[in-house]
Design a protein around this ligand. Structure first.
Ligand code: NZQ
Ligand code: ZN
Length: 389
């Protein structure tokens, strides 16, 4: 660990199939006015809405709702939510849903008392909030993003086709508490479950494929990756397997709650490529990552060969004896490809709605970062998108 860092995560977690009861402990900590935020209605079908409402009523909260938060929440929807939260003089924003709902709640939280336009301030200029924030609590219904324990928020501006994430530096943006009941994830549609699994895996990759020094963070990452590979195979066969679903949910949280980034730089280029695709196609986040990953990793492999070799051996169990480093590293990516096909994630951006005519626009929409093994040029980005078709 050669880097200098501070580690502090203020989000309180409640985990397990009895965890919702702890909402009773949390609610008295906040004022009377609660804004309940949720998505397209899945929580009404699976009973989570009623269970949460019962607890809110029991705690005498004055509740208004923001419903219909869509996957890849839009700026237009954000403006609507800010108005509702302002009118209600919100004391707590309670997000009940997946990453989209939780991200959205954070975006509302930093905007309610802000005089400036939130898109320009937070998603174009990447500024930190300098106003009072409304606290966010989360009841998570889907595993994937890690939004339940981080300060990230991703908003899509449909007019400009920009999907932009801001990972706020301020810990104040993180949920004050998150309730994680793995049982809730069992009603997640199969496609979304698979996308969530790949999202988790890729969050770990984004932080693993960087740096040259020996860090504990990388060993933790390898363990997390092995856990998600193992549990994904069980959950795909039997989505009702509580043990596998609970491991996936817990891994998702630790994959992106700042722990495995400690002491090193991070890459995040797969997310930048995937978000560009998401902005143009509105495709499911995890699938956009899956579709661009292998062309990207095969492209940067020569620049980070020792780490790709280590990935092959420690995550996939590739035997190195008698092989060149390059062969071992390539075998690791081949194992990853086989696993991705086995669990059934998107293997091309064409199946997500992209085609040859979009390559230039996708490249223009890709934010280029330099924390990984190779800073990409525009032509390389176009090549990677072409290979992802
Ligand atoms: O809208 P509802 O009815 O809730 O249905 C949702 C939605 O259609 C459904 N769902 C969720 N829980 C369910 C369920 N259906 C049945 N039963 C349940 N228990 O699943 C669909 C997808 O939900 P969504 O919240 O969009 O999925 P996810 O958790 O993958 O979140 C994706 C968003 O998070 C952003 C992505 O870009 C995307 O906008 N990300 C946020 C990050 C962060 N905060 O750090 C990092 C990630 O890399 C990611 O970018
Ligand atoms: Zn992600």
């Amino acid at each position: 660990m050669l880097g200098n860092f501070k580690y502090h995560n203020p989000t309180k977690l409640y985990f397990g199939n009895q965890s919702l009861q702890f909402l009773n402990q949390e609610l008295p900590e906040y004022g009377h006015n609660v804004v309940l935020i949720y998505g397209g209605g899945s929580i009404k079908k699976n009973g989570i809405y009623q269970a949460v409402m019962d607890i809110l009523t029991k705690n005498n909260k004055n509740v208004v709702e923001i419903s219909g938060v869509m996957p890849n929440p839009t700026l237009k929807k954000l403006y609507e939510g800010i108005d509702i939260a302002r009118q209600h003089q919100a004391d707590l924003l309670l997000a009940v849903g997946g990453g989209s709902v939780c991200d959205y709640a954070k975006a509302v939280a930093v905007s309610v008392h802000c005089d400036e336009d939130p898109w320009d301030k937070y998603f174009i200029r990447f500024e930190e909030p300098d106003c009072q924030l409304v606290p966010v609590g989360c009841v998570l219904t889907m595993a994937g993003t890690g939004s339940e324990m981080n300060a990230g928020s991703v908003i899509t501006n449909s007019d400009t086709k920009q999907k932009i994430g801001h990972v706020f530096a301020s810990e104040e943006v993180m949920p004050k508490f998150s309730i994680l009941n793995p049982h809730y994830t069992m009603t997640v549609p199969e496609y979304q479950m698979k996308a969530g699994i790949y999202d988790i895996f890729n969050h770990i990759c984004e932080q693993y494929f960087s740096g040259d020094d020996d860090t504990t963070s990388d060993y933790i990452s390898e363990g997390l990756m092995r856990s998600v590979i193992h549990s994904s195979r069980i959950a795909i066969k039997n989505p009702q397997d509580y043990e596998a679903r609970s491991n996936i949910m817990w891994t998702a949280t630790w994959a992106l709650n700042t722990l495995v980034a400690c002491g090193k730089s991070s890459d995040w280029m797969v997310h930048m490529l995937g978000q560009a695709v998401g902005g143009y196609t509105n495709a499911t986040h995890g699938m956009t990552l899956a579709a661009v990953s292998l062309p990207y990793y095969r492209h940067i492999l020569p620049y980070g060969l020792p780490k790709f070799k280590r990935f092959a051996e420690n995550v996939w169990g590739v035997q190195a004896a008698g092989k060149t480093d390059e062969q071992v590293a390539q075998e690791g990516l081949a194992c990853m490809e086989a696993w991705m096909k086995e669990i059934g994630v998107a293997m091309s951006i064409r199946e997500l709605g992209a085609d040859e005519t979009m390559l230039d626009e996708l490249a223009d929409a890709t934010i280029i970062l330099d924390g990984g093994y190779k800073k990409l040029g525009r032509q390389e980005i176009i090549e990677i998108f072409r290979e992802s078709l």
